[in-house]
Write a protein that binds this ligand. Structure first.
Ligand code: ADP
Ligand code: TRP
Length: 321
């Protein structure tokens, strides 16, 4: 089975990215063909300083390797190193009804939040469909926010196949229900673009400072507290299992502790959880040339697959003549 995912290098990676997507990819490496890439063309919709984008691309690659993407098991590359994706993006545009894009939540949400819109934000799902379809992906692990984009890719692929025959593989999304949407420190979806993230590789003090800002209910110290609706608990549960999780629930129910105590606990378990990853990150941070070589080797493997698909597409559409 081929599993593919992409991530935008548009800011520091956060725990929503990790549990919503990266962790699933790392696990999938053991029994699937995994394809993971850094969506730097997509990031242009929000990062417009060149130096920053190239820096974030390397930072994201370094983070991915530290978090367990293994170039021996996965094909791992940067989107812009396989340019065929842009060709497919154009070809698919002719199979994308305007209404399909007008209904996309991500576009609607960004316009509602007052972001200046442009064509790339609008056509973003078509490029994402090209990412998915170029590599014959069967499964796309994503957070809940990206489900619609995978559905758009399916719709486009079906339209294309109706016209030209069974050329494109119809992809499916995979969402890990318990981490479908990790809340941010303000309680809405954690997202780089909303400035509400808890990042994975921050400094310990800065991390704790961010955690202290998590919005919580105003309940007196001695009172019992709701855990299901608590943003601190909903983050902490990602790092805890079994008895440790139950013990935290008991602390909420018992009362006698404030949310500040739970925040300190969250900071501690999170710091511990990412300890080994931090060590691995230091290695890759000090060996950026090795990271670049890994990416280039990944791009050439990805390109082999891309070429087979695009040549078939050029042929059936009459682009090759
Ligand atoms: P961001 O919203 O921070 O820009 P991306 O859109 O780059 O994040 O998302 C990369 C991956 O991480 C996607 O698969 C996305 O679904 C997942 N993801 C992002 N934020 C969350 C979240 N808060 N909860 C769960 N998954 C998330
Ligand atoms: N749009 C995705 C996000 O913001 C990133 C992405 C780009 C992606 N292309 C993809 C994810 C292809 C999965 C498959 O999270």
């Amino acid at each position: 089975m081929r599993v593919l995912t992409g991530i935008q290098p548009s800011g520091d990676l956060h725990i929503g990215n990790y549990f919503g997507s990266i962790k699933q990819m790392v696990e999938a490496q053991e029994n699937s063909q995994t394809f993971a890439f850094i969506a730097n063309y997509h990031a242009m919709t929000s990062v417009s300083e060149g130096e920053r984008l190239s820096k974030l691309t390397m930072q994201c690659a370094t983070d991915f390797l530290a978090l367990g993407i293994d170039p021996k098991k996965s094909v791992f590359w940067v989107q812009s190193d396989v340019k065929e994706v842009l060709e497919l993006y154009w070809i698919l545009s002719s199979f994308t009804p305007m209404g399909l894009l007008e209904r996309a939540h991500s576009y609607k949400d960004k316009t509602a939040k007052g972001f200046a819109t442009n064509h790339s934000l609008f056509s973003y799902p078509v490029l994402m469909a090209a990412d998915i379809l170029l590599f014959n992906s069967e499964v796309v692990p994503v957070g809940k926010d990206q489900i619609q984009h995978v559905e758009i890719a399916r719709d486009i692929a079906i339209k294309f196949n109706n016209k030209y025959g069974d050329i494109l593989t119809i992809p499916e999304f995979r969402v890990q229900e318990e981490v479908a949407t990790v809340p941010g420190i303000d309680g809405q979806k954690m997202s780089k673009s909303y400035g509400n993230i808890v990042n994975i590789f921050g400094e310990e003090k800065a991390q704790m400072k961010t955690i202290k800002k998590i919005v919580t209910e105003n309940v007196a110290m001695e009172e019992p507290k709701e855990y299901e609706t608590c943003n601190v608990y909903n983050m902490a549960k990602l790092f805890l299992e079994g008895d440790n999780l139950i013990a935290l629930q008991e602390r909420y129910k018992r009362g006698g502790e404030g949310h500040g105590h739970f925040k300190i606990y969250l900071g501690e378990v999170m710091w511990e959880y990412f300890r080994d990853f931090r060590e691995k990150r230091e290695y890759f941070e000090a060996h950026q040339d090795e990271v670049k070589e890994i990416l280039k080797a990944g791009a050439s493997k990805a390109r082999e697959v891309a070429l087979t698909t695009i040549e078939k597409i050029r042929s059936v559409t009459g682009i090759s003549y």
